[in-house]
Design a binder for this molecule. Structure first.
Ligand code: ADP
Ligand code: MG
Length: 275
């Protein structure tokens, strides 16, 4: 069962059958939340778990493109008590659902706070996830209403913070860490992933260029005393795979795959220790 703080329990709808919910957050956009969510979900799957991936980024859903399911309309099913539920798609052994599959791009961006909050709430609780060991939620950037809504709607087991080593990204990551730690939400931070840590050109395989600065994520994790999950370099095939609908975990980019498998191990260990 999932651990929740008693303050949150009353309003929350437990997703029946879902054992652990991991939210992937960042303060800043474009730092690799969706990349980490998708590949972490696949790495957990590879470790033998049953895994769902929910793309809750109402303002910029990426799962449809990253998994090559853009334009697919999810099926609806009626449960025994007459409730309509959304059936997740199946891709690479993951159950997938994205807010981007239900609305067209134009509608999503004009939603205002309260409307977005109620839409996301209904969306999360209406998906028929079945039995899952892990549900990974790819969150929108920032620390706003939607985050509060999600945390108050479902019992999130823990949060993974993604940041690049760059100062502006770190400053926003700090806000995220502060938000999830505050009494109102109080969700444990499983750890911090530093993404885009360095670049190694093919013709200079022994060189590392710290384009966004060196080890900023690691230093932040140390400063806030949260587990550091590790670093992911800038790799062209991560970007290409994301655009082609084939996440890097499905490629032969072994160093990057090993990094994600390592994150998955830590998540399994950390979450297991908390349950
Ligand atoms: P977010 O969800 O935080 O907005 P994304 O995961 O969509 O960020 O990443 C933003 C862009 O950067 C995407 O095009 C993605 O493919 C690319 N990207 C993310 N991480 C890496 C990386 N380590 N190496 C190369 N490209 C990356
Ligand atoms: Mg994203």
């Amino acid at each position: 069962t999932v651990t929740t703080s008693s303050a949150r329990t009353l309003e929350q709808t437990t997703l029946p059958g879902v054992k652990n919910i991991i939210a992937v957050v960042s303060g800043k956009g474009g730092v690799g939340k969706s990349t980490v969510s998708a590949n972490l979900a696949l790495a957990l799957r590879e470790s033998g778990a049953t895994v769902g991936l929910l793309d809750a980024d109402i303002y910029g859903p990426s799962v449809p493109i990253m998994f090559g399911v853009r334009g697919k309309r999810p099926m609806m099913r009626e449960t025994e008590n007459g409730k309509g539920v959304i059936v997740p798609l199946d891709r690479y052994g993951l159950k997938l659902m994205s807010i981007g599959l239900l609305v067209d791009d134009k509608n999503a961006v004009v939603w205002r706070g309260p409307m977005a909050s109620s839409a996301i709430k209904q969306f999360i609780t209406d998906v028929d996830w079945g039995e899952l060991d892990y549900l990974v939620i790819d969150m929108p950037p920032g620390t706003g209403d939607i985050h509060l809504t999600i945390m108050q709607t479902v019992p999130v087991t823990g949060v993974i913070v993604v940041s690049t080593p760059q100062d502006v990204a770190l400053a926003d990551a700090k806000k995220g860490i502060a938000m999830f730690g505050q009494a109102q939400i109080n969700v444990p931070i499983i750890g911090l992933v530093e993404n885009m840590s360095w670049f190694t050109p093919a013709e200079l395989p022994d060189n590392k260029y710290y384009i966004f600065g060196k080890e900023g994520g690691k230093k932040l994790a140390d400063e806030y005393d949260i587990p550091f999950l590790g670093q992911i370099p800038i790799v062209q095939s991560i970007r290409e795979g994301g655009d082609l609908g084939v996440p890097v975990m499905m490629s032969d980019e072994q160093i990057v795959k090993d990094a994600f498998l390592g994150f998955a191990d830590t998540v399994i260990r950390e979450v297991g220790a908390r349950n």
